[in-house]
Design a binder for this molecule. Sequence first.
Ligand code: C2E
Ligand code: MG
Ligand code: MG
Ligand code: MG
Length: 286
Amino acid sequence: FSKKKEVNSYQFYTSKMNAYLSKQIALDNSLHHALEREEFQVYYQPQVDLRTGKIVGAEALLRWQHPEQGLVSPVKFIPIAEENGLIVPIGEWILMAACRQTKIWQTNCLPNLRISVNLSARQFGQHNLSQRLVHILEETGLEPKYLELELTESIFIKNTEATTRMLNELQTLGVEIAIDDFGTGYSSLSYLKQFPVDTIKIDKCFVDSVVTDSKTAKIVTAIIQMAHDLNMKTIAEGVETKAEFSFLRQRQCDEFQGYFFSRPLTATEFEQLLNRENYCKSYIRE
Ligand code: C2E
Ligand code: MG
Ligand code: MG
Ligand code: MG
């Protein structure tokens, strides 16, 4: 991976740019201490099953409570952490925290609860990634099949031997592989036949216009059909309205995630939701 991505090369150097850069540098600096100062938090967004209407999984989403700037969006700091390499320890931290929490919820409420964790390109490029994952799974007692790694298409573009080897290693390990933001990257579909992929996450930008734009409706219908023909599961992200949900449900999209069901929640809130919905009891009865 090249260390210096020329993210700003196309932009004009203005005073606004200058202010932006100093803010980036300030974030970069404070990011170095964020882990040890315990400024990160994991939020959990429920994923709902088509057939039962129940929670079957959650996506772990990173939040940074910055001492001066308040809550910083991952959209802002993940790219910086990618750039300076801190995404590796931070990514490992969220993996450990999310797996540990999921194991607790499995024990107390939902024995089959699955956790989805985003993996950045830099993490995926670690040669010892599977050993790190084995360590985390052993440490937390979570079975590999309950951990789903969300990868973006950018990883699959590099159709190199290393990519193939890593994906096969992960498959052997028994963790699930999901393609995040499907259809938004500059990618060909050929990787779908080469790599072991379990889940396609239909990006929010498709979901957004699925009821207002007939072309999008056809594309989404085709994505779901294709995924099923390839024995893959689909999950729609960013489902915000009843109409979007109805459309996707009719097309047999397997799972749903979005504000229509729930925003990302703190661990405490997620647990309250599980209790409120009587998951623990209803499971025991089944
Ligand atoms: P993503 O993985 O595609 O995550 C989905 C994003 O959509 C989340 O934003 C989530 O809060 C948001 N979202 C979910 N449902 C809705 C909805 O109905 N409406 C709207 N408007 N938004 C919705 P968030 O948490 O800000 O995360 C943004 C991105 O940051 C993630 O996109 C992911 O790429 C990255 N990210 C977050 N946590 C991590 C992490 O632990 N590791 C890495 N590498 N990246 C992460
Ligand atoms: Mg994701
Ligand atoms: Mg996504
Ligand atoms: Mg929408």
